[in-house]
Structures are given as structure tokens and as C-alpha cells.
Design a binder for this molecule. Structure first.
Ligand code: HEC
Ligand code: HEC
Length: 376
């Protein structure tokens, strides 16, 4: 840790020195003429609006007026998302923990940052973010994608860098200043800020829309037929009552709608605790300070769920089979467990049927979309 601080301080000193010096090498103040010239970015600003493709069976996206999607904004965000320049030792980018092939997760129980320290939670899929207005992260602590994108850089369990250093690296970079100008119309390198960087990343993330799974093809586009197992799994997932009995999975209560989530927060019964103060991770309660919210987490989308194991906020379940066993067991009767967490019968056949249905939500054209891959 000490060594790290020392090197960045040295780096910062070197940067200030080389960024602004007279011909004979002696440093000048930042207001000197050559510096101002050096600061100007030569590139055209000609923003092209980008129209997000949203299928008619989806809700309308939530696009903040302060950060309209543009072709150049998205291109910049995509570069930043995949660029290890955001980390202290240039080894990790956002994509290290958000890999497109895994629906933008990392396949680990919990994520590990550049220092080799494990974080406390499992990486989340970055899918259909443009439709969520109920907060980001497992606990909803970021209200917007713009706010969210500011955090991984300085998180010591993630990229462990300072924004100050990142901005210095971006300003000195051969291409980024022109990309920032094209995206946001700034005229000087010194106008590059972390807020602009996060706006660009948020723009890229809003383009990550998944709607071409086998389920979408069959149900919404009337292309092809489900197998018998898929059809039975679908009925188990969606139908609330079987013969007027509560003996039923009822998954769609919390993972419903065309998005397979309504981004609400629940205690889905995974923890056995004596009191609401005993959860290892307070989840939503950590954000709201309301004890009843302890142990409540956001119900994430089940789109591409076959690609995002292991499961839950702490990656405790390795397979979908284990997830289903948990739900069938009906939780632990903790005070704030949601009423829809009830024991139900799950035969081996029903389990396979539900898994067949969940596999229908995999969207290979999403994970392989060339526009979503690394630009490097
Ligand atoms: C070391 C791994 C790691 C890195 C690097 C990382 N993330 Fe994450 N990301 C996570 C984890 C873990 C979570 C869930 C954390 C939580 O809920 O507290 C998460 C959550 C998110 C979410 C929330 C998704 C949702 O549905 O609410 C977004 C968006 C996101 N990350 C974007 C980014 C961006 C952008 C970057 C780069 C600037 C980045 N991440 C870098 C591990 C990482
Ligand atoms: C009471 C609401 C509720 C019901 C009913 C429910 N879930 Fe969940 N589900 C959640 C919440 C909340 C989480 C996240 C919990 C956590 O990580 O602590 C979750 C997580 C999951 C995950 C892991 C997601 C990931 O990205 O790691 C899967 C898979 C899942 N649920 C499938 C199902 C299935 C299948 C059913 C029906 C058998 C179901 N759920 C019923 C609320 C619910």
C-alpha cells in the first residue's frame, strides 16, 4: 500500500513537470501560453444522435435528458469500459469483471480487484440497464449509471486508482482528448473530467440491450415452438397457482415482466439468521438504514442466467439446480422474508423443465454482438 502511494505521487510529479515546461526544461505555471496551446484539442465536434433499438414488448427506456446518447459518446464509453488505463497497475478494466461472453459478469463467486483482494459480492450482469430506475448494485446504492460508473475506479477491491491519476493519463493520451471532444464538445484537455468519463460509460452501458433470446423469438416473434420441457418450465415459472394451491414456484412474482425483473428488492430467504441484525451483508438495509431492509437485495434479471453462474449476491450457489433447491425449500422463516418464498414440490422432472425454460433466456446474439466487444 505504501509503495503504491509513493509511486503515484512520483508519477503525478513527473506529469506536472513534463506537461508544462519551458524549452530549457524549467517548469512554468499552468497559465503559460505554450500550455494553453498544448491544451487545445484539434478535432471536429459533430454529434450524431444514437437511437436505441428497443423491441415493442419491452418497457420504454429511461434515458436521462442530461446525457443523450450519441455515436461518439458511446464509442468513448466503450473504449473506457475496456481500457485498463482505469486501473492503478493497468491490469484490469471494467470488462475484467464484466465479460461480454458471460453476459458481462466474471464467473467468480465474488470479484477480485487489482490488489488481489476479494470484494464481498458477486459481479452483476450489465444487461438492459436502460430500463432500470430503481437503483444499481445489489443494494441499489447508486441512483444512476452515471453515479455507478464513478465508483469502481477508486474502490480498493476493484480498480484501486484515483480519478486524479486517471484524468492525467487520459489528458496525455494520444486519442482520448479528441474522443472526449467528439463526444462532449469540450475544447481543452483540461476540461476532461470524471463526470464526462462516467457519462460516456453510462451511454455505452445503455446500449447493452438483450432481447433476442430463444424465448423472445418464440413468444414475441412467433418464430418456432418451445419443446415440451420448455413449455412445462414456462408454466411453472409464470403460473401463480396450480389447482388453487400455493404449492408452486411463483418465480414471476419477483422476476416478472419482459425484462425478467422489475428491479425490486426482497429477502428471498437464502439466509438463516436469528434476528434482522445478523445478516452477514445488510444489502438494501445498509443503504436505507432501515432494519427491515436488512438482507434485502435486488432481484436481478434472469435474462442470460445460464451464463452468469455462480448465483446470488455472494455467489453461494454454483448451479441453477442449487438455486431451485433453495426456492423449493421455502427459505428460513426470517421475519422479512417475502411472502412469496414458500416451500413447493419440485420433482426432478420439474427441475429439469424449469432449467430448460431458464436456458431459453440465453441471447447469443447479445453476447456476440460486435458493437459490444472490446474495441482494442
Ligand atoms: C473487480 C471487479 C469489478 C470491476 C473492475 C468492475 N466491476 Fe462493476 N461490479 C462488480 C461487482 C462485484 C458488482 C456488484 C457490487 C455490489 O453490488 O456491491 C458490480 C456492479 C456493477 C454494476 C451494477 C449493475 C446492476 O444491475 O446494478 C454496473 C453497472 C457495473 N458494475 C459497471 C462497472 C463499470 C462501468 C466498471 C468500470 C468503471 C466496473 N463495473 C468495474 C465488479 C467489478
Ligand atoms: C420473493 C421474490 C423472489 C422470488 C419469488 C424468486 N426470486 Fe429469485 N431472486 C430474488 C432476489 C431478491 C434475488 C437476489 C438475492 C441475493 O442475491 O441475495 C434473486 C436471485 C435469483 C437468482 C440469482 C441471480 C444472479 O444473478 O445471481 C436466480 C437464478 C433466481 N433468483 C431464480 C429464481 C427462480 C427460478 C425462482 C422461482 C423458483 C425465483 N428466483 C423466485 C427474488 C425472488
Amino acid at each position: 500500500m505504501k509503495i503504491k502511494i509513493l509511486t503515484s505521487a512520483l508519477l503525478a510529479a513527473v506529469l506536472t513537470f513534463t506537461a508544462c515546461q519551458k524549452d530549457d526544461g524549467t517548469p512554468m505555471g499552468p497559465v503559460c501560453d505554450p500550455c494553453v496551446e498544448e491544451d487545445t484539442i484539434n478535432a471536429a465536434y459533430n454529434p450524431q444522435p444514437y437511437e436505441l433499438e428497443v423491441p415493442e414488448w419491452f418497457p420504454r427506456p429511461v434515458l436521462p435528458p442530461g446525457n443523450p446518447l450519441t455515436v461518439d459518446g458511446i464509442a468513448l464509453g466503450r473504449h473506457l469500459f475496456y481500457d485498463p488505463i482505469l486501473s492503478s497497475d493497468s491490469t484490469q478494466s471494467c470488462s475484467t469483471c464484466h465479460n461480454p461472453q458471460l453476459s458481462f459478469t466474471d464467473g467468480n463467486k465474488v470479484s477480485r480487484g487489482v490488489l488481489g483482494i476479494d470484494g464481498r459480492r458477486s459481479s452483476m450482469a450489465i444487461v438492459n440497464m436502460a430500463f432500470n430506475e430503481k437503483g444499481f448494485f445489489w443494494d441499489g446504492r447508486s441512483a444512476t449509471l452515471e453515479d455507478q460508473a464513478l465508483l469502481p475506479v477508486e474502490d480498493h477491491t476493484e480498480l484501486n486508482e484515483s480519478w486524479e491519476n486517471v484524468l492525467e493519463k487520459l489528458k496525455r493520451h494520444e486519442e482520448y482528448p479528441a474522443m472526449f471532444r467528439k463526444a462532449f464538445g469540450i475544447e481543452r484537455k483540461s476540461e476532461i473530467t470524471k463526470e464526462l468519463a462516467s457519462r460516456a460509460i453510462a451511454q455505452f452501458e445503455r446500449t447493452l440491450v438483450s432481447y433476442q433470446s430463444r424465448f423472445d423469438k418464440i413468444v414475441w416473434e412467433q418464430q418456432g415452438w418451445p419443446t415440451d420441457a420448455e413449455q412445462r418450465g414456462r408454466d411453472l415459472f409464470f403460473v401463480e397457482f396450480a389447482n388453487n394451491s400455493l404449492d408452486h414456484p411463483g418465480c414471476s412474482h419477483c422476476h416478472g415482466s419482459a425484462l425478467f425483473t422489475e428491479n425490486n428488492y426482497f429477502n428471498n430467504g437464502i439466509d438463516s439468521v436469528a434476528t434482522l441484525n445478523d445478516f452477514a451483508d445488510y444489502g438494501l438495509g445498509e443503504v436505507t438504514g432501515v432494519i427491515y431492509d436488512n438482507g434485502r437485495f435486488r432481484a436481478p434479471t434472469l435474462r442470460n442466467i445460464a451464463l452468469t453462474a455462480p448465483y446470488m449476491h455472494d455467489g453461494r450457489f454454483a448451479t441453477l439446480g442449487q438455486v431451485l433447491d433453495h426456492y423449493a425449500s421455502g427459505g428460513h422463516g426470517v421475519e422479512n422474508e417475502d411472502a412469496n418464498i414458500q416451500p413447493f414440490t419440485l420433482t426432478e422432472q420439474q427441475k429439469q423443465d424449469l432449467i430448460a425454460f431458464l436456458n431459453m433466456l440465453t441471447d447469443t446474439s447479445f453476447v456476440n454482438n460486435p458493437a459490444f466487444q472490446s474495441p482494442f
